[in-house]
Design a protein around this ligand. Structure first.
Ligand code: BJ8
Length: 381
């Protein structure tokens, strides 16, 4: 598959971004750390702050976290917590942003995250947005709107800047542009054979909440320009959609196995995939209401019921003409693990085969997963 020069920017952007954050802090700008899609960047940026994602995807800090937390919780939580208490990843000089945060903005989603946030307050000031988890109940939207209003106030207090109507509108438009660019990139993935690997797209998506919004957009423009040049030539490759838990920066284990075994990932129903950009914010409504409406609809497994997610999976499977779905769960992520049953039933009704993989951040099961993926590919071919 073709190599794209613009991907080098995403891969090599770490030091530049760290330098940028350090300069911003020197100039008095506040840096907010987030863990989840439910925190609207628009409000952070409208207050004049910057944000950086703190989700850990590396195994290095899991053992550090296990000195404080139970072992039987998901690796994403352990890796993130370990990186924060350790001020970065041990032995890996690529996580210094964990120590450059003025405030964590968290959200009540799964139990592991909720409880981790209670502990993180001892290390970094932590603000928690209370997320209603029955998204279709009539009261939920109003409650969430109230929560976002309070959050807006907390950002104003942190930065000393008033968030204006105009500023919010501007940030909504700007982040909608990013979402539209991601739609364009995903549109190109519908080609057969698809022009770009799933591993490459994942590495881009992992930088979405790490890079500044402008840098991300600029690099995405360049990438789309390159991908557009690729002609649909060559043999059909088995088209896979990955669905399930997010894959935070540093975690590309399962997509690499899938693509090394001859498949190609054409879509991801994930927070490091379509969940992050599929829906736009309505630019014609009151900005705070539009934000509340858009964000409360994110189909995370913490929501109940979460039929919206099943509908999205089926829609994506059809649109991207997938041959099969790999359902990916991190160990001890009960929400996504339990939803697996409903997803499997829905896919079965559509005649789409599914392989379920539950794993952690270690390499101990790479061979075993490889064998299962091999068998799945053979069945699909
Ligand atoms: S919107 S998926 S980013 S909460 S994998 S920590 S769910 S036990 S990351 Fe998430 Fe927001 Fe939802 Fe997305 Fe818990 Fe599961 Fe661990 Fe998870």
């Amino acid at each position: 598959m073709q190599q794209f020069d613009s991907l080098n920017y995403f891969t090599n952007s770490y030091n530049l971004r760290i330098f940028q954050i350090a300069e911003e802090r020197k100039a008095g700008k506040k840096i907010v750390g987030t863990f989840c899609l439910f925190v609207p960047d628009e409000i952070i940026f409208a207050a004049g702050a910057d944000r950086v994602i703190l989700c850990g995807g590396k195994n290095d800090t899991v053992s550090i976290a296990e000195q404080y937390l139970p072992r039987n919780i998901c690796p994403l939580v352990k890796s993130s917590f370990g990186s924060i208490v350790n001020n970065g990843c041990s032995g890996v000089k690529s996580c210094s942003h964990f120590g450059m945060i003025d405030m964590i903005v968290a959200e009540n989603t799964c139990d592991s995250k909720k409880k981790m946030y209670e502990l993180l307050g001892d290390y970094v000031p932590t603000y928690v947005i209370d997320l209603p988890q029955r998204p279709d109940s009539p009261e939920a939207l109003n409650y969430f709107l109230g929560e976002l209003d309070k959050f807006k106030g907390s950002m104003e207090k942190l930065t000393g800047n008033k968030i204006t109507f105009e500023q919010l509108k501007k940030e909504i438009e700007s982040l909608n542009e990013t979402r539209k660019l991601l739609h364009r990139l995903y549109e190109l993935r519908k080609m057969d054979p698809t022009p770009i690997t799933g591993v490459d797209v994942l590495k881009v998506l992992q930088k979405q909440y790490f890079l500044s919004a402008d840098e991300f957009k600029k690099s995405l423009h360049m990438l789309i320009g390159e991908v557009k040049q690729v002609k649909a030539e060559g043999d059909h490759k088995t088209r896979i959609m990955v669905s399930g838990c997010p894959m935070a920066g540093g975690n590309t284990k399962v997509p690499e196995i899938i693509e090394n075994k001859g498949g190609v990932i054409v879509a991801e129903e994930s927070c490091t995939g379509t969940r992050s950009f599929w829906d736009l914010v309505d630019e014609d409504k009151d900005p705070m209401l539009a934000l509340a409406e858009r964000y409360i609809k994110i189909p995370c497994s913490c929501m109940s019921p979460n039929n919206r997610r099943i509908d999205n999976i089926l829609e994506l499977a059809r649109e991207f003409k997938v041959d099969g779905v790999v359902y990916y769960t991190l160990q001890f992520c009960h929400g996504y693990n339990i939803e697996k049953y409903m997803v499997q039933q829905a896919l079965k009704n559509e005649g789409i085969p599914m392989l379920a993989i539950e794993t952690d951040y270690s390499d101990s099961d790479v061979e075993q997963i490889g064998l299962r993926v091999d068998a799945f590919m053979e069945m699909l071919s």
